[in-house]
Design a protein around this ligand. Structure first.
Ligand code: PMP
Length: 367
């Protein structure tokens, strides 16, 4: 079969070597003679794997010792509720949610169920029609908010806040890093909580990584703590993230991906590679008369590269023909339209070059 390149936004491509390893050990994991999918999460073998996964994540992300890593369920969306529920001391608390686009806004709407949310609109358009993020001194942050939540990489629109925003030290900064965690080094010390669902750079759906500063886990006042047990950080911690049966297969695959990333040289190395791939793709878009991207270059995502055809009617044809070139998953999100190439860590240079080759070929139909 012709080689396929998968540009899906999540679930997304896994490294080929990881897929091969899964295939090889599917029926006989760890010399047990059975599959990793069939064993108890309480078995010593699985507990060892769980600890290894935690350790690998800690090493790769350089997680400080005063932070805990929790493995949660319910995707990033469960964290949209878990965070206000765990952190707020009273239901009248104020919190700030930075609205960078779809995911930043969805998190804010969910948080509104639990407290007063100040939605801070930071998106703007320049005179050329390119979206950008307003300078931080124009962000309308509340004086008394307990925390500020933002999404550094909007998976759908491909807008990115590359520098961690600086606020007063009393503010707790929280980030939904779902589509950028592990794509570059990140200074965890600057955050109260960061979280990410696994199906982009960590592995497959089911697992959500939450990295939380220890003092925030025990900081809640009990009479407001009517939190479903499965979302309660204190309960998850005291049960080593195994309060209920974890998604064992997703933890196992995450560990293989983390091992792969370590072998590649870690986050600085993968960041260089990600920058190179995205620069090639943006150049192909910018240099062409056929395509355009509408994000100011300073705020362009290196993970999700959306673009449009100048002759919009050709979008369907582009998507259909791309399949014959072995290019999969290029359709833009339904609320956004156009094309989106998600080029997470596992996307190879060969994949990006093949996409560019196809774009150049197709652009002859645009003229
Ligand atoms: N946040 C971001 C930035 C996302 O990209 C997504 C999923 N694409 C989510 C949240 C929701 O994640 P989940 O489906 O795992 O809840």
């Amino acid at each position: 079969m012709k080689k396929k390149f998968n540009f899906s936004a999540g679930p997304s491509m896994l490294p080929e070597s990881v897929l091969n390893q899964i295939k090889e050990e599917l029926l006989n994991w760890n010399n047990l003679g059975i599959s990793v999918m069939e064993i108890s999460h309480r078995s010593s073998e699985f507990e060892e794997l769980a600890q290894k996964t935690q350790r690998n994540l800690r090493i790769l992300l350089d997680v400080p010792s005063n932070y805990t890593i929790l493995f949660c369920q319910g995707g990033a969306r469960a964290q949209f509720s878990a965070i206000p529920m765990n952190l707020l001391k009273k239901p009248t608390g104020n919190i700030d949610y930075i609205n960078t686009g779809y995911w930043g806004y969805r998190a804010a709407i969910e948080a509104q169920k639990f407290c007063n949310v100040n939605i801070v609109n930071v998106l703007d358009k320049d005179i050329n029609g390119f979206y950008f993020i307003k300078p931080i001194n124009e962000w309308n942050i509340s004086k008394d908010s307990l925390y500020i939540h933002y999404c550094p990489n909007e998976t759908i629109s491909g807008i990115s806040i590359n520098d961690i925003p600086i606020f007063s030290e009393t503010k707790i900064l929280i980030a939904d890093c779902s589509s950028m965690l592990l794509s570059q080094p990140i200074d965890i010390n600057r955050f109260g909580i960061i979280y990410a669902s696994a199906q982009k750079n960590i592995g497959v759906p089911g697992l959500t990584v939450v990295i939380i500063r220890n003092d925030l886990i025990f900081n809640t006042v009990s009479n407001y703590k009517k939190i479903p047990a499965i979302l309660d950080y204190e309960i998850l911690l005291s049960n080593n993230s195994m309060f209920n049966t974890p998604v064992t297969i997703s933890w196992y695959i995450a560990n293989l991906v983390l091992e792969w990333l370590k072998k590649l040289g870690g986050l600085s190395k993968i960041n260089e590679f990600n920058k190179k791939k995205s620069a090639l793709l943006y150049k192909a878009i910018d240099d062409s008369d056929c395509y355009y991207n509408n994000i100011n270059y300073k705020y362009r995502s290196i993970m999700n590269v959306p673009f449009f055809l100048k002759r919009e009617k050709l979008t369907y044809l582009f998507l259909e023909e791309s399949k014959f070139f072995g290019l999969y998953g290029l359709k833009g999100h339904k609320i956004h339209g156009g094309i989106r190439a998600s080029i997470y860590n596992a996307m190879t240079l060969e994949g990006v070059l093949n996409l560019i080759k196809f774009m150049n070929f197709f652009s002859r139909q645009c003229s």
